[in-house]
Each structure stands twice: as structure tokens, then as C-alpha cells.
Write a protein that binds this ligand. Sequence first.
Ligand SMILES: Nc1ncnc2c1ncn2[C@@H]1O[C@H](COP(=O)(O)OP(=O)(O)OP(=O)(O)O)[C@@H](O)[C@H]1O
Length: 263
Amino acid sequence: MAIVAATAGRLGSVSTDAALELRGVTKMFGALAAIGDVTMTVRAGERRAVLGSNGAGKTTLFNCITGDFLPTSGTIRLFGEDVTRFPAHERIRRGLRRTYQISLLLGGLTVADNVYLACRGVSRGRFSLLRPRRGDVLVARAAELIEAVHLTASSQTLVSELSYGQQRQLEIALALAGAPRLILFDEPAAGLSPTERAELVAILTGLPPHIGFIIIEHDMDVALRVAESVTMMHNGRIFKEGTPAEIENDPEVQELYLGGGHG
Ligand SMILES: Nc1ncnc2c1ncn2[C@@H]1O[C@H](COP(=O)(O)OP(=O)(O)OP(=O)(O)O)[C@@H](O)[C@H]1O
């Protein structure tokens, strides 16, 4: 597998401030530790891949970070603040976003309308009906986000008429609404053609440098191209951390994951 860490050169320029700090995070379902004693730090602006075979605990990890699940024990800090017990919307307010494996798009609206509504939903003026100047700002902002995900030519297309790959691109635009500082991408390449995967890689590597992300991705080629660091999970625990090159060349990782047909 020929993999190039396209973003590796950014490592030196990334801020050392922590965007996310997990300390001893465990989530039990009955007797099962879906994740156990997970400790990890993601710096502001960092792009991290979380890899692991089915059932490794990746989605549970995301759910704990977003506030969809409360951890059974451990602490979660977001941009220096302890958010362990905060509801999801309080984490969104602090700049956390997430995409899902399932689509949450409004199929009967255009691309532009979907992104505009997302911008409006996170803007402070959302309860004010008469704010035309504010509205203009949001229209312009929506156009910027549509451009960032390479959908400008489809701006007036109904979402239901977009290809599957374009719908996934639109989901990224929705995650960019507001002022995200850390985005969790849940298998964004799932179901995409090779051409659409290349487009996805270009979009993710082209995001503004202050926006960090964590990506769960079964497609190793995509994950290792867009990430500058990798956390490998196994049975709910962190198994390895390293650069894409270190992970790709690690014999234990190859034995456990790459050689096991999970990629
Ligand atoms: N709501 C739940 N109730 C009970 N068990 C759960 C729940 N969610 C996850 N689990 C279990 O926790 C473990 C980790 O699941 P999780 O979905 O986090 O793994 P994953 O790495 O995201 O897997 P996949 O790649 O298949 O999405 C699995 O054994 C799963 O069955």
C-alpha cells in the first residue's frame, strides 16, 4: 500500500495547546468496557485518525467526546475546560462538531439552503426574524462553505438529486457552520468511489489550519493521507499511537490490523 502522509509537513506549525484531553475515559455497557481507560491528547489544529477493527470502540469514543454518552469514569477536557458532564449542545457551543455515518440532510432543499440553515442555526441571531443584513452575511458564509467542499457548481441543486459522494461533501459543509475548532468525522469515505475518495482527501487536507479533526475511517489510504497522527484502538483500549508512517510500518499493527483484512 503506497501511502503518503500529505499533511506531515504541518506538524511543526501546529499549536501545542490541547484541543481535547481524555484522561482514563471508560464507558461500560453492563459488564462490557466498550472503551477502557482511554487517555489521549489532541492538540489544537491537529488532524488525528482513530483506527481499529469492528467493535474496537471508535464510535463509543466519539459518543463520549460529543456528550452523546456520559463516560462511566474518567475526564474529558475541551479547549482546557472540563466538559465531562456537559450536554452535547454545550460542547457544540465550544466549537466541537461531528458528522455521522448516516445522513442528516434535508433532501427537499437545495445545497445552498441546507448550508444557510446550518449557518443560521449556529448564529447568535437565530431567534430574530428581521435581520436582513445579518442574513446577507450568512448567505455569503454559506457560499464560502459550499466552495470549501467543492460544491459551488451544485449550489442550487436539490440535495435529493446529488450523488452520494456529493451528499457526504455537503455534510462536511454543515459541520463547518459556525466556528468549529475540532470536528469528528465518522467514516466519511464509506461508500465513496475512488474518485470521490480523492475529492474527500482534497477537501479534508484543504480545511483551514486552525480546524483540527479526528477521523474514524476504515479506508487506511484515506485516513493516513489526511492525518498527521494516528491512534490505533483494539478491544476498547489504545493499542498504538504514532505518525502515519510509524503505524503503517509497525509489525504489531500489521499483524493485528493491516494484515488481518480489516482495512
Ligand atoms: N449502546 C450500546 N449498548 C451495548 N453495547 C454497545 C453499545 N454501543 C457499543 N457497544 C459495544 O461496545 C463495543 C464497541 O463498539 P463501537 O461501536 O464503539 O466500536 P467501533 O470501533 O465503532 O466499531 P465499528 O467499526 O463496527 O463501528 C462493541 O462490543 C459494541 O457491541
